[in-house]
Design a protein around this ligand. Sequence first.
Ligand code: CP
Length: 345
Amino acid sequence: MTSTDLRGKNFITLLDFDREDLDAILAAAHDLKQKYLHREPHKLLDAQTLFMLFYNTSLRTRNSFEAGMTQLGGHAHFLQPGAVYTPALKGEERAYSTERISDVARVLAEMGDAIAIRIYGKPTGWSYGKGNRIVKEFAAWSRIPVINMECDMFHPCQAVADIMTMQEKLGNDLKGKKFVMSWAYSASVEKPLAVPQSAILSAAMMGMEVVLAHPQGLDLDPMIIAETKERAVRHNGSFEICHDMDKAFKDAAVVYPKAWTVQPIDGTPVDFDKANAVFQANKDWICTAEKMALTDDAIYMHCLPADRGMEVTDEVIDGPSSVVIDQAANRLHGQKGIMALIMAR
Ligand code: CP
């Protein structure tokens, strides 16, 4: 399928992977999608087990991993923290009934082939970086690969599905296409930074003309901004930040409007009153048909679930430009590509 050997690697952030690795994952994902559509057997992970630990709810991530493992000939176990002695961070004060991550990771590693974790927001007290540290703590103790199913910093599986979808709609070479990651209004301020941060990083890795649009006060992590700029230069693309949604949308090939919260990156928890005030002042950041008309016949993207009537109108998300169901479908194929490469024996 590819000459890039990713066997045994953790999949926590695209910062750990170069373009060649990403291309290999995408090639595997496209290939496995064709095999799935043509009902060709592709049991590459025969009898292997993926343990999935969800601290947060999920529709797409859980079901795409479960279905994906079945199709690859293995099985995915759904684990809820409360039912398996909620693992706590090393050195942290914890309830009597919890187990250390060091023990949980080492025990699961003796029974299966990869561990996947989702943790952000409420289970971390909305303290930025804590979810990512928990995922990395698992990886430090596990001798089998660890997959990030979304932490507070990154959602790399979503990013792979998103790039795959753009390739299907715009062609394999995305270089030079204008990609707009835009903030959009929501009545809920409980929105992590993981999707926009992974989206701009991956679009920059593809050499796209990346624009990050948001109102003042909704900055992403400066480390991610610096890494995105570095990748834009390395892959002959571009990166800019804009505070005007209409201006950002002009001539775009792809728009990806979604909410994220006012998140202090020093670990101080989100101030929900402050975040709410910023959100309420920017209710006009909604993706409408009028805004889509400013683009160069752009596709409309969203990781879902979307806040209809706030982030986007029904007309747009249910309209001909929308590729949101393709993105959701590609979660299955993208993750099968990731698992096939990192869990290969
Ligand atoms: N996009 C995404 O991760 O969806 P779920 O929260 O349903 O898994």
